[in-house]
Design a binder for this molecule. Structure first.
Ligand SMILES: [Zn+2]
Length: 232
């Protein structure tokens, strides 16, 4: 998968963890492949209690560039209670602040609450992963210094609102992701997503912004290194 990504021009990958075990897997991949870095996180829908001490220790690894995936998901039925999710998000933000790492945020139906948590941790930097909201919300996350990361959703015929955000997002705050195996671009619906397919989304984003794929690639490289600073 890494070779295929490289061949497609996707040369920096982040594997994110959703719990301790998967975060450890991501760190191992980071050590195994020159092109791969890792995120250590505890997903808001994880049923297990996070082992904060173990997550903090793992996040000290040199390959870890982000505390993520973390966040709030109020739309999924049967997930952890809202208060518990918020408490865990504060705990993960505290680890990010202590280790001077950015955060990778998952948000479904909890934008106001995510903004409140960001506001409570001064100076925290991060990215709204799989950004799916309109320009009004986008501005609120840009105002607190966050990056917006776009996936295959921007290629869906129904998402003109999201394409508007892609057009208006400042060049130095725009990131791309696959969210693989999810997040396919329209032309590959039904197929498991993979890092090489980032180019599908990038082509659409470059066209929307009226720049070449190469210009977008240069911008993305510099944005990714700017946020995920250990990712040189
Ligand atoms: Zn997510």
């Amino acid at each position: 998968m890494v070779q295929q990504a490289n061949a497609a021009g996707v040369t920096r990958l982040i594997g994110v963890g959703v719990n301790l075990e998967k975060s450890a897997n991501a760190v191992s991949l980071g050590h195994a492949y020159e092109e791969v870095w890792a995120g250590v996180g505890h997903h808001p829908l994880e049923a297990s209690e996070p082992d904060l001490q173990a997550l903090r220790e793992l996040a000290r690894d040199e390959m870890v560039v982000v505390i993520g995936e973390i966040g709030l998901d109020f739309e999924h039925v049967g997930g952890p209670a809202r208060d518990l999710q918020i408490q865990r998000l504060h705990e993960m933000f505290a680890i990010a602040t202590e280790l001077e790492l950015p955060v990778g945020i998952h948000n479904r139906g909890a934008a106001n609450e995510v903004l409140e948590v960001i506001g409570a941790h001064g100076g925290i930097r991060g990215v709204m992963h799989y950004f799916a909201l309109d320009w009004e919300w986008a501005q609120k996350f840009l105002e607190v210094g966050f990056y917006l990361s776009f996936a295959g959703l921007v290629t869906r015929p129904s998402r003109d609102d999201l394409r508007e955000v892609v057009k208006r997002c400042p060049a130095d705050r725009l990131l791309l992701e696959t969210d693989s195996p999810y997040g396919n671009a329209q032309k590959r619906m039904g197929e498991p997503n993979r890092p090489a397919f980032l180019v599908d989304t990038a082509e659409v984003v470059a066209e929307l912004r009226g720049i070449s794929l190469e210009q977008l690639g240069d911008q993305e490289r510099s944005n990714a290194i700017g946020l995920f600073q250990k990712m040189k």
